[in-house]
Write a protein that binds this ligand. Structure first.
Ligand code: UDP
Length: 245
């Protein structure tokens, strides 16, 4: 797989469909691994935390989630195959899993939300097996590990604890869990449960999903102001830095 380097984070240049194919082929051959979907905020965090950067760059699939990453690639002259939103990857992976009666575990979100998300996904994608769920507000990680292992073999675990918690949880605990593929998917369980809504298609097509989320939740302004700052760092890297560093 070709990669595109953005401030040291090595993204895989794949389309949504290719990403799902890679994931499915790993599942069929039981190759353990994990998928991350960094946005600009996560790339920025990686710059400040080399251990976290190591976790992100060791993933089997590093998908470009967010318009900030797409702009950064353009500025740096790196080739990506467009945005692959984590929530879209998650849903398409579930659709493919359902055809092969694979087993999904949902880990994350507030109590009750993962169960609702599981019911919705099973109704939409017959064939999918919901192996189990666990909310994301456990105090001891062992609780989540035990919950997964009590299911007797899982193909995919969606780990939705928000970044950077979810990627750290995966890196620290995946070896102890009887599952093949771990996907860090942020707020996706909320979306599958219908608790959080994605922006209308027109916003997504215009690359304005961030604006919709800001209108819906003005408290996100602090997080959003990081984007222009991030793009300035990228421009500086283009002008003065070593590319691909
Ligand atoms: N969350 C969780 N445990 C925690 C903190 C957060 O399960 O300790 C969940 C939270 O309920 C939400 C998700 O993680 O479902 C994070 O959503 P957010 O939209 O912040 O993630 P993003 O996609 O923006 O990283």
């Amino acid at each position: 797989m070709k990669t595109a380097s953005i401030l040291g984070v090595h993204f895989h240049a794949v389309t949504l469909q290719q990403a799902v194919e890679v994931a499915m082929s790993r599942l069929r051959t039981r190759q353990k691994g994990y998928v991350v979907t960094p946005n600009a905020e996560i790339v920025d965090l990686c710059r400040q935390d080399s251990a976290y950067m190591g976790i992100i760059n060791h993933a089997s699939l590093v998908l470009a989630d967010g318009i900030g990453v797409i702009y950064a690639a353009k500025i740096l002259g790196e080739t990506l195959c467009g945005k692959v939103a984590g929530v879209e990857f998650g849903e398409q992976l579930v659709a493919a899993m359902a055809k092969e009666r694979m087993r999904l575990f949902l880990l994350g979100a507030k109590p009750g939300v993962a169960e609702q998300a599981g019911r919705n996904l099973c109704a939409k994608y017959p064939g999918l097996v919901l192996a189990g769920t666990q909310d994301g507000y456990f105090t001891d990680p062992q609780q989540a590990i035990d919950a997964v292992n009590a299911c007797g073999g899982v193909d995919v675990v969606f780990v939705c604890l928000g970044a950077p918690k979810q990627e750290r949880f995966i890196a620290e605990n995946m070896d102890m869990m009887h599952a093949t593929l771990f996907c860090g998917l942020g707020g996706s369980i909320d979306v599958f449960a219908g608790v959080a809504k994605r922006a209308p298609d027109i916003f997504i097509k215009l690359g304005l999903e961030w604006a919709y989320r800001l209108l819906k939740q003005p408290s996100r302004i602090g997080r959003m102001m990081k984007l222009p700052k991030f793009l300035l760092i990228v421009i500086k890297e283009r002008l003065f830095g070593r590319k691909g560093k």
